[in-house]
Design a protein around this ligand. Structure first.
Ligand code: B12
Length: 215
């Protein structure tokens, strides 16, 4: 089986909501020492995004979306710890990351946090549905270099802008690099938020943080 066929098998298992198969394929990827990031992005990530498309088209309903999310989460529980253990061990900077208040989508944010951690950054992942004020307080407390804010809903994206606004109000904007991400985030929204950058994948997020911190 080629790698592409393996990724397709994973994506199909997710879209067919076959939990046992998805979990088995995650274990297989670990046991066969595959590039786990590629497995996550091209296999599992592809499947869950296809579920989102079907949901939008009215082919799937909320229970399917939720089951897809659960299968994805369980698969990530197998893959992400392995991704972490493969990483370098020098601290290149501190990142506080969270999904903004009102938004419970956590999968992409967790992958980004894990990848940053695997690349030597000290990462504080505050989880999902986190108020802007709490994210900022933690960034101050941990003396963070970077604040990463995820938003998957068009209604919660505004929280990303709020982060920058609060930092400006407090007169501490220049102390942090603010990066944003999530399906609806693009270049023009990043500019509107006056954020320092955005990334569409975990690999790009690592590249972005390294660039911003000159590492
Ligand atoms: C899984 C899922 C869920 C799961 C989430 C489970 C979980 N624990 O996360 C559940 C079932 C709970 C869910 C709920 C809802 N969902 Co939902 N969900 C999705 C789905 C299918 C996939 C999201 C995902 O995990 N993608 C896989 C990851 C790997 O990709 P990612 O999140 O984009 O992250 C990558 C990049 O964006 C980037 N990135 C992400 N975060 C960050 C942060 C930083 C700092 C950086 C640099 C980069 C970065 O790197 C990541 C890794 O590659 C999307 C569809 C989609 N296309 O996104 C809909 C989607 C986001 N959901 C949607 C909706 C509407 C909802 C609900 C409102 C449904 C409802 N009526 O209840 C609720 C929201 C409740 C709430 N208050 O938050 C809509 C949003 C529409 C919109 N325009 O606002 C979408 C787009 C579906 C659709 N096509 O319509 N959902």
């Amino acid at each position: 089986m080629t790698q592409e066929q393996f990724f397709k098998e994973i994506s199909d298992a997710i879209i067919n909501l076959e939990k046992e198969k998805a979990v088995e394929l995650a274990h297989r990827a670990v046991n066969e020492n595959m590039n786990l990031l590629e497995v996550i992005e091209k296999g599992f990530g592809d499947g869950i995004r296809r579920i989102g498309d079907l949901w939008e088209e009215g082919e799937f309903f909320l229970p399917e979306l939720m089951l897809g999310g659960t299968i994805m989460q369980e698969s990530m529980d197998i893959l992400l710890p392995k991704l972490k253990s493969g990483g370098e061990n020098i601290s290149s900077g501190t990142v506080v990351i969270a999904t903004i208040e009102g938004d419970i989508h956590s999968i992409g944010k967790t992958i980004v946090g894990t990848m940053l951690s695997a690349n030597g950054f000290e990462v504080y992942d505050l989880g999902a549905d986190v108020p802007a004020e709490q994210i900022i307080e933690t960034a101050i407390e941990k003396n963070a270099d970077v604040i990463g804010v995820s938003a998957l809903l068009t209604t919660t994206m505004f929280g990303q802008k709020k982060i920058v606004e609060i930092l400006e109000e407090k007169g501490i904007r220049s102390k942090f690099k603010v990066i944003i991400g999530g399906a609806p985030v693009n270049k023009s929204w990043t500019e509107e938020c006056k954020a320092d950058g955005f990334a569409g994948s975990a690999v790009e997020a690592v590249k972005l943080v390294k660039e911003l911190l000159n590492k």
